[in-house]
Design a protein around this ligand. Structure first.
Ligand SMILES: *[C@@H]1O[C@H](CO)[C@@H](O)[C@H](O)[C@H]1NC(C)=O
Ligand SMILES: *[C@@H]1O[C@H](CO)[C@@H](O)[C@H](O)[C@H]1NC(C)=O
Ligand SMILES: *[C@@H]1O[C@H](CO)[C@@H](O)[C@H](O)[C@H]1NC(C)=O
Ligand SMILES: *[C@@H]1O[C@H](CO)[C@@H](O)[C@H](O)[C@H]1NC(C)=O
Ligand SMILES: *[C@@H]1O[C@H](CO)[C@@H](O)[C@H](O)[C@H]1NC(C)=O
Ligand SMILES: [Fe+2]
Length: 644
């Protein structure tokens, strides 16, 4: 086979042995930020290989080992977005610690590294300037490897704008493989626009605007299709040599990308295109295709996709919304990767895909890939959720793993975003916010009105966000849009999670103290939170008191808000405290999501489903009339006068 010719370096990359490196590098990593860790995410990152010190990798050549990618060097020649690739390994001195990393771009060694940054100097110069996308132990598919020194591994590669090589630690670098068109338009994600009759579609490609003009061709299914333009965004590994300066400017609130996002975790994100499909008719099936018109007039097309447009604002029809947080990503080929601690992620994805005909929109309320600065994982994530996002609007909120970073304008101190500072999230996913760097927005879906908060920016009384939240609640016409929903990432309401119980707050400090007057005044039906990786439903609550003993069928006046923690989308589960609070109605230590079904303006079904089987494990209904929302309860009363 001709690709045998591409067998390149035969060598040994001698690593600091893995056990040691996990320990040392986790300490290093944590020392980057000085904050105390509220919970155990950092510890969770210490799964095998998650903390290899790529910076400290050194190269020592040997002739006794080889690695080779079998099969065609060109992948996706039939237009596939992903391909399985088999790797053959040989090693005269095999060990249990040998592993294979997938690198992209295929040339990944120090010769292509950018200049060393101030931050990086503390680690020593990198020998590999980019982290592997993912990796497997050599003995993963064949325990005999350690005896025989021979094995094969299978990797599932997604098309993400670059070529790939496989590096054998110890053993060398494979021949390169690449997709037929690495720049292909891929991974469309739909999101509701600023009004009900706009659908936005965002996708990723390798085409900048000087090479091709991006657009969407769309229309009613089976009818004439028209074209709409798309805008293009990207982001850079910026401020390389100005790190110190930028930190001094912390009052500017301008996020910058820190380490590892800017160093070994960096990978070119490609170009992100967004098109606004406008003047939609309600409840129609539309088909769409992504296109890039090259300078010579020929067009590179994506596959065809379809979606159903949103109902008219306030319209009565069957409307089904899924809400959950903290999803993460997971590799279908069993590979390991950095920050790989979301074991429920594929289960949630696959369960939602199976039921997609019965879902109209999805809200993922923060902590999307947990890329934590390893930018390639945003591609893994967008590819994983593509079957969902290409068919129904996928609305996100910002979590600590998207945004939080020291001295970057995030409300909490910490390094949870790995230096991303919200930049990948706000670029890769559209939200109908005035300013996508501040992730708060309103969204309408028929009889639902959603107010999505951003817990990584100040929400307290007097803040810009507080004003927005009040205005968002006030803008719901409860006759037409009776179902008023608040959602945000960290728990601003109630949670029996272990670490909140230890703090004695049962919430993120200061959350409900500031927001409950708004929930109460505007009679918000439900408030959803993630961040805590489990499920918990709270009674209808007013001033920290349950106001209704009912637990399965609510009716009559709206005198309390039902709080729900639904952070079991995939990330490592979090334990509950053993303390039983008066307000907790239902707890579940498992992966799952919530589905809301509005049948009309007076009846709503709430269901909590487990990711493992899609079955309902907790539910309740709300039945009520408009007069029940208008009724004067507590402080939710309109002023009246005796004058007539
Ligand atoms: C890095 O890559 C360059 C170009 O492919 C090659 O010449 C050089 O030997 C490589 N260095 C190491 C340490 O592998
Ligand atoms: C591993 O070795 C055992 C014993 O030699 C053999 O029976 C088995 O088939 C081998 N497994 C693989 C995957 O090669
Ligand atoms: C236009 O350019 C692309 C990329 O260079 C090429 O593949 C394609 O065949 C060209 N089309 C025409 C009509 O020349
Ligand atoms: C709240 O409303 C429910 C339903 O109408 C009612 O049963 C309950 O007594 C009310 N609670 C308070 C404290 O007013
Ligand atoms: C809390 O409630 C659960 C379920 O009713 C019960 O099994 C448990 O013993 C209670 N714990 C305490 C500390 O009262
Ligand atoms: Fe979180």
């Amino acid at each position: 086979m001709s690709n045998q010719l591409y067998l390149l370096l035969i060598g040994i990359f001698v690593l600091i042995t893995l056990n040691k490196s996990v320990h040392v590098s986790a300490q290093k990593y944590i020392s980057l930020g000085k904050q105390k860790h509220r919970h155990d995410d950092m510890q969770q990152m210490e799964q095998p290989l998650s903390a290899i010190q790529i910076h400290k990798t050194v190269l020592a050549l040997t002739k006794s080992a080889s690695i080779h990618a079998v099969g065609p060097r060109i992948l996706g020649s039939e237009g596939e977005d992903f391909e399985w690739v088999t790797i053959n390994l040989r090693n005269a001195n095999p060990t249990d610690e040998d592993w294979v990393g997938v690198f992209s771009p295929a040339k990944f060694n120090e010769s292509i590294c950018p200049p060393v940054t101030i931050d990086e100097q503390q680690f020593g110069a990198p020998f590999l300037c980019t982290a592997p996308l993912k990796f497997k132990y050599a003995n993963y598919q064949n325990a005999n490897y350690t005896a025989t020194g021979r094995t094969s591994l299978k990797f599932r590669l997604i098309n993400q704008r670059g070529d790939f090589s496989f590096a054998f630690f110890s053993g060398g670098v494979s021949n390169f493989v690449a997709f037929a068109n690495p720049k292909a338009p891929l991974y469309p994600r739909l999101a509701l626009g600023k009004s009900w009759d706009i659908m936005t579609v965002t996708w990723t490609s390798g085409y900048n605007i000087d090479e091709a003009v991006p657009f969407v061709e769309w229309g009613w299914k089976g009818q004439e299709q028209k074209r709409s333009p798309a805008g293009t965004l990207t982001f850079h590994r910026n401020n390389e040599d100005k790190v110190g300066e930028v930190k001094l400017l912390n009052n500017v609130m301008r996020p910058f990308i820190g380490t590892p996002a800017r160093s070994v975790g960096w990978r070119n994100p490609g170009f992100i295109h967004t098109s606004f499909l406008k003047d939609l008719w309600p409840n129609m099936v539309y088909t769409y295709k992504l296109g890039h018109m090259l300078n010579n007039g020929s067009i590179v097309w994506s596959k065809q996709y379809s979606f159903k447009s949103a109902p008219f604002q306030g319209q009565e029809s069957l409307q089904r919304i899924v809400i959950f947080g903290d999803m993460g990503k997971q590799e279908r080929d069993g590979s390991n990767e950095y920050a790989n601690y979301q074991p429920g992620s594929l289960m949630t994805t696959d369960t939602l895909i199976k039921d997609l005909d019965n879902i109209d929109a999805v809200f993922l309320i923060g902590d999307l890939p947990y890329a934590n600065g390893y930018i390639s994982q945003w591609d893994q994530f967008t590819a994983q959720v593509e079957p969902i996002t290409s068919r129904v609007p996928f609305m996100i909120a910002s979590g600590n793993h998207e945004r939080t970073w020291e001295n970057s304008g995030s409300l909490y101190t910490g390094i949870d975003s790995g230096g991303e500072c919200g930049v990948p999230a706000e670029t890769l996913y559209y939200v109908p916010a005035e300013n996508r760097a501040k992730f708060w927005y309103a969204a309408d879906y028929g009889m639902f009105h959603f107010c999505i908060g951003d817990t990584e920016h100040d929400w307290r009384e007097g803040s810009e966000q507080y004003k927005f939240i009040e205005q968002c609640f006030a803008s719901a016409n409860r006759h037409k849009q009776p179902w008023l929903i608040f959602a945000a990432h960290r728990v601003l309401g109630y949670s029996s999670n272990d670490w909140y119980a230890k703090e004695g707050s049962f919430e993120e400090p200061m959350g409900r103290e500031h927001l409950q007057k708004l929930w109460q005044k505007y009679k918000v039906d439900m408030a959803f939170f993630g961040h805590v990786h489990n499920y918990e439903r709270v009674c209808p609550i007013y001033q920290n008191q349950c106001v209704n003993k009912e637990t399965s069928h609510y009716s009559g006046v709206v005198n309390g808000t039902i709080h729900v923690v639904v952070g079991g989308g995939g990330s490592n589960l979090n334990r509950f405290t053993t303390i039983n609070t008066t307000w907790s109605v239902f707890k579940d230590y498992d992966y799952g999501f919530v589905k809301l079904t509005a049948f009309d303006q007076s009846s709503l079904l709430f269901e909590y489903k487990k990711s493992k089987d899609g079955k309902v494990y907790d539910s309740f209904t709300i039945s009520r009339d408009y007069k029940d929302v208008l009724a004067c309860v507590h402080d939710g009363c309109e002023p009246t006068t005796l004058a007539s």
